[in-house]
Design a binder for this molecule. Structure first.
Ligand code: CP
Length: 332
C-alpha cells in the first residue's frame, strides 16, 4: 500500500478536510484512546519551535504512541540535491537519512523553514520534498518557507468553533511588521484553506510583500470555485473595515529573500502595519488571530492580543487536536 504524506493543504480534498476537522472536534471532546499504541513519530526540527513540537508530542502521547525529537545539532549536515558530488560540508544524503529513519519510525515530521537562497530556490522545499520522496513512511510538513499546513488546520478549526459556518465570512489576512525576515508558510497555508472554505478573503500587505504568484492564482481559483472571493489590498485601513476575522502575521519579501538587510531597510517605513484597538474597532467585531510566536507591540499591541476577541491561544491549543486527527488518518 502506498504511504500518504501531508506536505501541503492541497494534499487534502475539501471533503477530506471536512472529515479531518470533524474528527479533530470529536478528539477534542473525548480522547480517542490508545489507537496509536506502539507507534513512533520522528520529529526533525531544523529551526526552533514551541507549539509544533509540544503539540505533536502531546498528540502522540494522548493516542498511546510516542515521539523521538531530533534537532539540527543531532543530525549530520544533509545533502538534498540529486546526484550531488558530496565533497562539501554535507556528510549524509537525505535519501540515506530518510531510508534509515523509515526503518525506525512510523511517520516523520520535518520543519525546514530557513532561508537558504533565493525565493525561487526556497519555494521548492527541497529538504522536505526529498525526505518525502525517499521515506517509506508518511512525511508531515512542520513548516517550510512555502507552507505550514498543520497551522492552517488549527486555524480553520478555531474559525469554525467561533463562527460555525465560514462560507461568505470576511477574513482579512494582514501583513504586520517584524524586525526579522519571516517565512511565508503560515500565510500561504491559511490563504489556500480559507479560499477553499468559500470565505471572502482580503490579503492586505504593503507594496513589495506580495505572496507567491502561483499560490495567489491558485487561491483565487479555489475561492471562486467555493463561492467565495479573494482580493488584494495595499491599504491596511480599508482592508480591515468590516472584517469578521483579522488574521495578523508578518512574512518576508520574496524579491529580497536572500538579502535580509535590504528587507529590514524596507520595513523601517512600515511600522504603522500593526494591529491596535483603533484598527480592531473598524472591524465587524473581528476575531483576532495570529499563529504565534508574536512580537508584542510591534505586530499587535498588548491590548488587542490580550483582548476579548483574541483567539491566539485557542489556535495554539487546536494544534494538538487537528494533529491527533491527522496522525490517526495517516497511521491507521
Ligand atoms: N505556530 C507555530 O508553528 O509555532 P512554533 O514555531 O512555536 O512551532
Amino acid at each position: 500500500m502506498s504511504k500518504r504524506d501531508f506536505l501541503s493543504t492541497a494534499d487534502l480534498t475539501r471533503s477530506e478536510l471536512d472529515d479531518l476537522l470533524d474528527l479533530a472536534t470529536r478528539a477534542k471532546g473525548k480522547r480517542p484512546g490508545q489507537v496509536l499504541a506502539g507507534k513512533t513519530l520522528g520529529l526533525l526540527f531544523f529551526q526552533p519551535s514551541l507549539r509544533t513540537r509540544v503539540s505533536f508530542e502531546v498528540a502522540m502521547v494522548q493516542l498511546g504512541g510516542h515521539c523521538i525529537n531530533l534537532s539540527s545539532n543531532d543530525l549530520y549536515e544533509l545533502e538534498p540535491q540529486e546526484q550531488a558530488v558530496m565533497d562539501g560540508p554535507a556528510e549524509e544524503h537525505v535519501k540515506d537519512a530518510a531510508r534509515t529513519l523509515s526503518r525506525y519510525v512510523d511517520a516523520l515530521g520535518i520543519r525546514s523553514a530557513a532561508r537558504s537562497g533565493t525565493w525561487e530556490h526556497d519555494r521548492q522545499e527541497l529538504l522536505l520534498r526529498s525526505y518525502a520522496k525517499y521515506a517509506s513512511v508518511p512525511v508531515i510538513n512542520l513548516e517550510t518557507s512555502f507552507e505550514h499546513p498543520c497551522q492552517a488546520l488549527a486555524d480553520v478549526m478555531t474559525m469554525r468553533e467561533n463562527l460555525v459556518s465560514l462560507k461568505g465570512r470576511k477574513l482579512t489576512l494582514l501583513w504586520c511588521n517584524h524586525p526579522e525576515p519571516k517565512s511565508l508558510g503560515p500565510t500561504h497555508s491559511i490563504l489556500q484553506v480559507a479560499a477553499r472554505m468559500g470565505m471572502n478573503v482580503t490579503l492586505a500587505h504593503p507594496l513589495g510583500f506580495e505572496v507567491d504568484g502561483e499560490v495567489l492564482e491558485r487561491s483565487k481559483t479555489l475561492a471562486g470555485d467555493a463561492g467565495g472571493s479573494l482580493q488584494v489590498s495595499n491599504d491596511m485601513a480599508s482592508a480591515c473595515r468590516g472584517s469578521e476575522v483579522l488574521y495578523a502575521r508578518s512574512w518576508g519579501c520574496t524579491k529580497y529573500w536572500d538579502d535580509a538587510e535590504r528587507e529590514a531597510m524596507v520595513k523601517r517605513s512600515l511600522q504603522s502595519w500593526r494591529v491596535d484597538e483603533q484598527l480592531m474597532a473598524s472591524t465587524n467585531n473581528a476575531l483576532l488571530m495570529h499563529p504565534l510566536p508574536v512580537r508584542r507591540n510591534v505586530a499587535a499591541t498588548d491590548a488587542v492580543l490580550d483582548g476579548p476577541r483574541s483567539v491566539i491561544y485557542e489556535q495554539a491549543a487546536n494544534r494538538t487536536h487537528v494533529q491527533k486527527a491527522l496522525l490517526m488518518q495517516l497511521l491507521k
